[in-house]
Design a binder for this molecule. Structure first.
Ligand code: CP
Ligand code: NVA
Length: 311
């Protein structure tokens, strides 16, 4: 695949359409047990650092297991017990961690902080979620869509809810692979105009990028319905006030009737059942949510193998 050796993944737009296709192919082979990379980097097993400023279950565990399966090791650099949590500058922390670990996955608030890490460290830096984007999630989502439909280009994915980090990475990811993307959200909660424009430029007329307030119109005929929490990490105090605003965007049994009859439902998790998605839809036959969560591990294993030059 040429590999992504030495690169960073700060935004999904750091990857080309061809690179995403190659990663998804490698992730599928890894999932099928056809590629088992027992790796060394500069003569030693690779070591992944996890530096998380926010809570995580899936990302933390899937990265940890993926690196173990690659034959490497992981250091969980909980912010609360490292000096960066006490105010040591990112510019200093980045240069020091660069000398110890081979690859670093960071979950933080401000995309600029992630970019500072990448600027001051030569090792590959992976965005494990910021307020702006969640590219690793969308690699797993695309893997799930591809294994369901056998293709990506030409499908329609409708995201309902907050124009947040997930919406942003979906916009870029769908545009890159040729999926038509519709974002249905309340007027004041639409995604970043800059990212919408970037997605439109990438899609370049090959696929649609549509923003709307109309959940039903957006759901009509879609092959994928996708939702996420109405208040992200760091916005907990806004959650109650948002419930009535977002209620029309709930993914429920009624909305499912408007989608393609073979449509699947995705949610990055954690979910608030009864808010953005009903219990019945989450547990229903069209839900691919658990496959989606599993694919985090395969997609990130492929990503790390590629960034470390192991494949
Ligand atoms: N989807 C996701 O990133 O989950 P975690 O917050 O549990 O890592
Ligand atoms: N938008 C959510 C995604 C969690 C995986 C958040 O940022 O909290």
């Amino acid at each position: 695949m040429g590999g992504l050796k030495g690169r960073d993944l700060l935004t999904l737009a750091d990857l080309s359409a061809e690179e995403i296709a190659a990663l998804l192919d490698l992730a599928a082979q890894m999932k099928a047990g056809k590629v088992n990379s027992i790796a060394t980097v500069n003569g030693h097993v690779p070591v992944l650092g996890l530096l998380f400023y926010k809570a995580s279950t899936r990302t933390r565990v899937s990265f940890t297991v993926a690196m173990a399966q690659l034959g490497g090791q992981v250091i969980d650099l909980a912010v609360s017990s490292t000096q960066v949590g006490r105010g040591e500058p990112i510019t200093d922390t980045a240069r020091v961690l660069d000398r110890y670990v081979d690859i670093l996955a960071i979950r933080t608030f401000d995309q600029q902080d992630l970019e500072t890490f990448a600027q001051y460290a030569d090792i590959p830096i992976i965005n494990a979620l910021t307020d702006l984007e969640h590219p690793c999630q969308i690699l797993a989502d695309l893997q799930t869509v591809q294994e369901t439909f056998g293709k990506l280009s030409g499908l329609t994915l409708t995201y309902l809810g907050d124009g947040n980090n997930i919406a942003h990475s979906l916009l870029l990811g769908c545009a890159l692979v040729g999926i038509n993307i519709r974002i249905a959200s309340p007027t004041d909660y639409q995604p970043s105009e800059a990212i919408v424009q970037q997605a439109k430029t990438i899609a370049a007329g090959r696929s649609e990028v549509i923003l709307t307030n109309d959940a039903i119109a957006a759901a009509k005929g879609a092959q994928v319905l996708y939702t996420d929490v109405w208040a992200s990490m760091g916005q907990e105090d806004l959650a109650d006030a948002r419930i009535p605003i977002f209620q029309p965007y709930q993914v429920n049994e009624t909305l499912m009737n408007y989608a393609d009859k073979d449509a699947i439902v995705l949610h990055c998790l954690p979910a608030h059942r009864g808010e953005e998605i009903t219990d019945g839809v989450m547990e229903g036959a069209q839900s691919k949510i658990w496959d989606q969560a599993e694919n985090r591990m395969h997609a990130q294993k492929a990503l790390m193998a590629s960034l470390l030059g192991l494949v």
